[in-house]
Design a protein around this ligand. Structure first.
Ligand SMILES: CC(C)=CCNc1ncnc2c1ncn2[C@@H]1O[C@H](COP(=O)(O)O)[C@@H](O)[C@H]1O
Ligand SMILES: [Zn+2]
Length: 353
C-alpha cells in the first residue's frame, strides 16, 4: 500500500479516513459503474463511457468539458436517476474515506427532467437521508447551484428555493453555489441574487476567475464577500489577475477550493506543477483540495491529495495539517467540533507508520 513520490514514501491509506470534500458537482461526480446502470436504462441514447469521462492523459477544452455535462444530463433526467446517482455518489465518497461531504447540484428546468426544481432538491435531500438511515459513515450537506448561463431571474428564483430548503431541512441545505460555463454571462447581473442569498444566511461558494479576463467580475463578487471561492485560478498577478484581487481575498480570509485534475484536464492550468495551489499554499492562505467532478475527470479525493503531495513535495505532516484546516472551511458549524475531535483521535494511529 505504499507509493513512492520524490524521496518519500506515503501510505496510500494515510488520511484516507478523514477526508473532507467541499467542492463536488453531483452530475460531474457520477462514476463509471453508475453510468453503466444509467446507460442500461436508456440504451436508445447510444451513449458510451468515452462521452461522459475524460481519462488519464486526456485533455479537453473548457467547451468540450461542458458538452460532457450535457451528455450526463441526458442520462440523469428522472427522479429515480437522480436518487440513484446521489446515493451512489455519497457511498463512493464514503468508501474513499470522506467523512464530510458538501454536494452541490443545479435544479434543472422542469421540461428537461419532468419534475419541478423543488422536487429535484427534495430528491437529493431524500438520497442524503436514505444514506444516513442505511448507516453510510459520512455527513453530507447540500449547496443549491445557480448556473450562471441562466441569468438573473432564474438565479433569484433559485435563491428563494435554497432559502426555503435551508429553513426546512434541519441544516442539510447550507448554501448556494455559482457555477456553469465561466465564459457565459456576467456576475454583475447575478449580484442582487447573490447578495440576497448572503443576507438570508445561505453560505456562498462562487466559482471565480476560473478562466482569464474575469478580473472585473471577480472584483465585484469578491466584495460581497463569498464564504469560499471555487478555483480562483486567475486571481493572482502572475497569471493576469491582480494584487488587489489577492489582497481582497486575504482581507476576508476567504478559503479557496482547489481542484488539480479538473484544472489540468480542462486546460485552465498547463500542468500540475503550474497549479496555483502553490501560490496560495506558500502564503499560508486557507486552501482545500477538492475533486470538482470525480466522474468526469476520473479521480477521487485520495488521488487529489496524493497528487498534491507528489507535485509539491508535501510531507505527511503537511498533508495532515492541510486536511485538518479544511474543517474550518466547511459550511456546517454544528459539525466542526465533532470533526476536530475525530481528527485528534485518529492522529496517533496515522503517524505510527
Ligand atoms: C469544464 C470544466 C473544466 C469543468 C470544471 N469546472 C466547472 N466550472 C463551472 N461549472 C462547473 C464545473 N464543473 C461542473 N460545473 C457545473 O456543474 C454542473 C453539473 O452538475 P449538476 O448538474 O449541477 O449536478 C455543470 O452543468 C456545471 O454547471
Ligand atoms: Zn466546480
Amino acid at each position: 500500500d505504499l507509493f513512492y513520490c520524490g524521496y518519500r514514501y506515503f501510505c496510500t491509506c494515510f488520511l484516507q479516513r478523514l477526508h473532507k470534500e467541499l467542492h463536488a458537482h453531483l452530475n460531474g461526480s457520477v462514476s463509471f459503474s453508475t453510468i453503466k446502470k444509467l446507460v442500461a436504462r436508456k440504451p436508445h441514447l447510444n451513449i458510451e463511457h468515452g462521452m461522459t469521462a475524460i481519462r488519464s492523459g486526456q485533455r479537453r477544452t473548457l467547451d468540450e468539458c461542458f458538452q460532457v455535462f450535457k451528455v450526463i444530463h441526458q442520462l440523469v433526467d428522472t427522479e429515480e436517476d437522480i436518487l440513484m446517482v446521489a446515493k451512489d455518489v455519497i457511498r463512493e465518497f464514503a468508501a474513499d474515506g470522506v467523512k464530510y461531504l458538501e454536494l452541490r447540484s443545479t435544479p434543472r428546468k422542469e421540461k428537461t427532467t419532468g419534475m419541478t426544481k423543488r422536487r429535484y432538491v427534495e430528491t437529493v435531500i431524500e438520497a442524503i437521508r436514505q444514506c444516513k438511515n442505511e448507516g453510510v459513515d459520512i455527513e453530507v450537506r447540500f449547496l443549491v447551484a445557480v448556473d450562471r448561463r441562466n441569468g438573473a431571474e432564474v438565479a433569484m428564483e433559485t435563491v428563494k428555493l435554497a432559502e426555503d430548503f435551508m429553513l426546512s431541512t434541519d441544516g442539510l441545505v447550507v448554501g448556494l453555489d455559482l457555477s456553469g460555463d465561466p465564459t457565459v454571462g456576467h456576475g454583475r447581473d447575478l449580484l442582487p441574487a447573490l447578495q440576497k442569498a448572503k443576507n438570508c444566511g445561505l453560505k456562498l461558494s462562487l466559482h471565480l476567475s476560473e478562466v482569464p479576463s474575469q478580473a472585473d467580475e471577480s472584483e465585484l463578487l469578491l466584495n460581497i464577500p463569498p464564504d469560499r471561492i471555487g478555483h480562483g485560478t486567475y486571481l493572482h498577478p502572475e497569471v493576469g489577475g491582480s494584487q488587489s484581487l489577492v489582497d481582497t481575498v486575504r482581507k476576508h480570509n476567504t478559503p479557496l477550493e482547489l481542484c488539480l485534475t479538473s484544472n489540468v484536464k480542462g486546460q485552465t492550468v498547463s500542468s500540475y506543477s503550474q497549479h496555483h495551489f502553490l501560490y496560495w499554499y506558500q502564503m499560508g492562505h486557507p486552501s482545500v483540495i477538492c475533486t470538482d467532478d470525480k466522474g468526469v475527470f476520473c479521480t477521487d479525493l485520495s488521488q487529489e491529495y496524493q497528487l498534491a503531495a507528489s507535485t509539491f513535495n508535501l510531507s505527511q505532516e503537511d498533508m495532515w495539517t492541510l486536511s485538518q484546516k479544511a474543517i474550518d472551511c466547511t459550511f456546517a458549524p454544528d459539525l466542526k467540533q465533532q470533526l476536530h475531535q475525530k481528527w485528534l483521535e485518529l492522529r496517533p494511529t496515522l503517524f505510527q507508520l
